[in-house]
Design a protein around this ligand. Structure first.
Ligand code: SAH
Length: 527
């Protein structure tokens, strides 16, 4: 028999140096994501997209090692090295997350040398470096058979006037077809002069790309002779990359990222946390910069007695109506907690307000008997009346504590007996109010998306305008999209105007209608 020692030390940890990619969080590697999900300590940089931190368990220790406000470093390089060593020695899985690729101008080598010297186990995961991302996202193939067969990555951080440079500008000027310069904005006048002085044509095309692969991406074009002035005029600041070479000409044909219809558009997505991702993903695909405000927080109700009673006597109902995904989720949560399962629902017919709700029901083994053509409470009421629901029908409606009364009222008017049973509630979340108000005051928001009446009311309570005048003022340059007529009605009743409304009430159609709106009248909303 063995006895377990209670004071056993954690086994030695390991350091994972991971490339976060250039900015777009979708450009991290699968290996990188896998390791983030297992991190116990994460040390991250200014250039690593903060959204990637969502993969890290909430219980992990998060350490920001980038620049503080004002450009000062939060930690020195030695300080960072020490952090990694200390946390690994304490037995932790330490993730060091760096922008782009950690071994390309990222001082990753120095950090790993220290780890090796301390005898700590490590792994390095490469990342998409900003040079290739910036070129690609600016529509520039970094090599091309017709233009160049070589590419050089260079740092512009080094002062090119210093006597003994590590970079042989004389050889580089004509030695590499494409030259990509990292950290070269400050020294751009000197770098371009060197390249010209050492024989590269002043007419060589140059592109400068800032914040590549993010919604803030901005690129400008010129030649070796003109680019310094172009950059100054456009006020391009770091982080930006300079791409020199004939391949830049291809941008005219290939440029795509900044051409997407919603590029440059800041969109507020007001949905529940659980449901935001589909809308956000679709908007982002068209180039939108999405700000997610979960204006609704879904919580269970405090009293499930009415639902328990309905479960106990489920056979009395002819219909059970599901009007949202949340209703399905919370209904089944309680059903399972009660020791029951879908078999106990045999008997009543089942209706779902729309396709998504019906698909959710299938996950629990139930096929909806009825889905209306119009995915609204009214549409469902009409479809039920057509199916001979009326006098004498007994109906169960599990739904939100506060919701539109159109559906139950229409059915009751037709003589049905409807049990409205609350299974969840929408509560406005705390926090982030100030941030939202600031963005509206600054005019940083182009579009608001509302996908239900409660997103509208909760958004308005977050904005917290003191009167209608202030509300109008805050939102007068903002375009408003509502998913369907009931949501739109809530918008107009609050004194605002709906600019975009899809014909069918789906996320897909809503996004397509938004895209069409901006394609047809790109400047209309900012007059
Ligand atoms: N290891 C990183 C580079 C770090 S050096 C990589 O592989 O990309 C920092 C410099 O990288 C910045 O000054 C800028 O020149 C460049 N850079 C990093 N991210 C960038 C981005 N999203 N857009 C443009 N340049 C970027």
């Amino acid at each position: 028999m063995t006895t377990q020692k209670t004071d056993q030390k954690k086994p030695a940890g390991k350091v994972y140096l991971i490339g976060a990619g250039p900015g777009d969080p979708g450009l991290i590697t699968l290996r990188g994501k896998y390791l983030l999900e297992r991190a116990e300590v994460v040390v991250y940089d200014y250039l690593a997209n903060k959204k990637l931190l969502n993969y890290v368990p909430k219980t992990a220790k998060f350490i920001y090692a980038g620049k503080k406000g004002g450009g000062l470093h939060a930690y020195t390089q030695e300080g960072i090295n020490q952090l990694l060593v200390d946390h690994a020695k304490a037995g932790n899985i330490v993730v060091r997350l760096k922008g782009g690729d950690p071994f390309i101008f990222g001082r990753g080598g120095e950090e790993i040398e220290e780890i090796v010297a301390e005898g700590i186990d490590f792994e390095v995961v490469p990342g998409v470096t900003s040079a290739t991302a910036a070129a690609t996202y600016a529509g520039i193939p970094i090599t091309h058979r017709d233009y160049t067969a070589s590419v050089a990555f260079v740092t512009g951080h080094e002062d090119p006037t210093k006597k003994y440079s590590n970079i042989q500008w004389d050889k580089l000027a004509t030695g590499a077809g494409t030259i990509v310069i990292y950290m070269g904005i400050k020294t751009l006048p000197l770098i371009t002069k060197k390249l010209i002085d050492y024989g590269r044509s002043p007419d060589t095309p140059v592109a400068v790309v800032r914040w590549a692969s993010t919604p803030q991406q901005r690129s400008v074009e010129g030649t070796l002779a003109t680019i310094t002035e172009v950059v100054q005029k456009a006020d391009i600041k770091p982080p930006a990359l300079v791409i020199v070479g004939e391949v830049v000409k291809l941008r005219k044909t290939i440029d795509w990222y900044e051409k997407r219809p919603l590029f440059d558009k800041r969109v507020v997505v007001t949905r529940t946390r659980e449901q935001a991702s589909e809308l956000v993903a679709k908007l982002e695909e068209h180039g939108a910069d999405c700000l997610e405000y979960s204006t609704i927080h879904i919580e269970p109700v405090s009293d499930y007695t009415p639902l328990d009673q309905a479960f106990a006597d489920i056979k009395q109902y002819q219909w059970i109506l599901f009007t949202s995904l949340n209703a399905v989720t919370y209904f089944f949560k309680r059903l399972y907690q009660s020791g029951l399962d879908s078999r106990s629902l045999a008997g009543p017919k089942i209706a779902a307000v729309g396709k998504a709700t019906a698909e959710e029901l299938l996950k629990y083994g139930l096929r909806a008997d009825l889905i209306p053509q119009r995915f609204t409470g009214e549409g469902l009421a009409e479809a039920l009346l057509e199916s001979k629901v009326g006098a004498g029908s007994k109906i169960l409606l599990p739904r939100a504590l506060r919701a539109s009364e159109v559906l139950p009222e229409t059915l009751v008017d037709a003589g049905a007996d409807v049990d409205v049973v609350p299974v969840y509630q929408n509560v406005p979340p705390q926090g982030r109010k100030e941030e939202l108000r600031d963005q509206l005051i600054e005019g940083d928001i182009d579009l608001l998306t509302f996908t239900s009446s409660s997103t509208v009311t909760n958004f308005l309570s977050m904005v917290d305008a003191k009167d209608n005048d202030e509300l109008q003022q805050l939102l007068n340059k903002v375009t408003i999209a509502a998913i369907g007529p009931i949501t739109a009605k809530t918008v107009t009743e609050s004194g605002l105007q709906v600019d975009i409304q899809p014909e069918s009430y789906t996320i897909n159609d809503m996004v397509n209608t938004i895209v069409d709106h901006y394609k047809n009248s790109p400047a209309k909303d900012k007059e």
